[in-house]
Write a protein that binds this ligand. Sequence first.
Ligand code: ADE
Length: 415
Amino acid sequence: MSKVKDPSLAPQGRLQIEWAAKQMPVVSALREEFAKTKPFKGLVIGGAIHVTKETANLILALRDGGAEVAWAACNPLSTQDDVAAALAEEENVHIYAWKGLTNEDYYKNMDKVLEHKPVITMDDGGDLVFRLHEKHRELIPSIKFGTEETTTGVVRLRNMAADKKLGYPVISINDAITKQDFDNIYGTAQGTFDAIMRATSVLIAGRTVVVAGFGHCGKGVALRARGMNANVIVTEVSPVNALRAVMEGFRVMPMKEAAKVGDIFVTATGVKDILTNEHFELLKDGVILSNVGHFNLEIRTDQLQEASTSKRTIRSGTEEYTLKSGKKVFLLGEGRLANLACAEGHPSAVMDLSFANQLLSIKYYLDKKLEPGVYSIPKGQDDEVARRKLQSMGCTVDALTKSQEDYITSWSEGT
Ligand code: ADE
């Protein structure tokens, strides 16, 4: 049972999944291991993570490990339809996803996933968990735990837990260093510029790129923009993050000032209302606006619409808004995660780390009894994931000698 856009795309989707698998040696090795040991035998797993060629490899590792997997998208524009079609042909996999979902279908597809009665949920952004708590509360007692992939989702779940509204335990995959320091930084950076270039083909060198937010994602984007010879401005609300940006050599200023000088804007804050009608008329003619934060709340597209006299699609993923002053503003991917809406998301090699963390965390927590709340990945897992990745890259590292180990676990040796 599946619902996808075009089942005839399956052969192309299978090639994409195979291509990604080659770049995902850690997940591929876990898939082989789990196919033998079947740690997920008999479990129904319900997920809502972008339906991409990378997620397909995660789903197939779960399935080969013995699970029955039901899956939906976590963003209306991020599904790769060929990949969804290929997954729909797989045994014990049910896919409810296509690119260009209405809001109504987006949630209907999550309902379909939940009708499979999962005992583990895997979420990216918190919409599946939220929907389960809102409309399918009867499932809560039988859920073992969930996992959450991203910063925005973890923030949301911690708020739910603080309000005593979270009904079951959830593991924050985003807490993994081998997720945050790689997926968020290098993945977002590469995917963002891939999206900007596919959607617009503009030259980055010499442009002023304004990056809103200097968390892991914003930092990656700012560093990559500099690497492409842009002039980079950072906007922030956190004094610590702002100081980090200053010490990296970036100019930091409020958005109302940056709005007047930027050529390309990238929002990566996880907060809403970053570019609003307070900013649109300040913008220069011809600027490009893009968002890589999880939800489409960072650029107020409703206010952009109101501030405009007309709108037209210029290229796939690029809409031109004509402001009342006559200035043009180009919005990428409808203000949704541009890296997934206009490109293919993070590269497979970095999703390898994030999804290895998903697989190992699920395996570890299977037999643990947990109260509702948000939990970190198991201790030692970061080292294991990094070790496996390094090994796949043919990279070996030094080991502590006995005397070094004694030294760092003692306190008596000094000057
Ligand atoms: N999030 C960001 N990039 C992704 C990808 N390629 N697959 C799944 N989730 C993602």
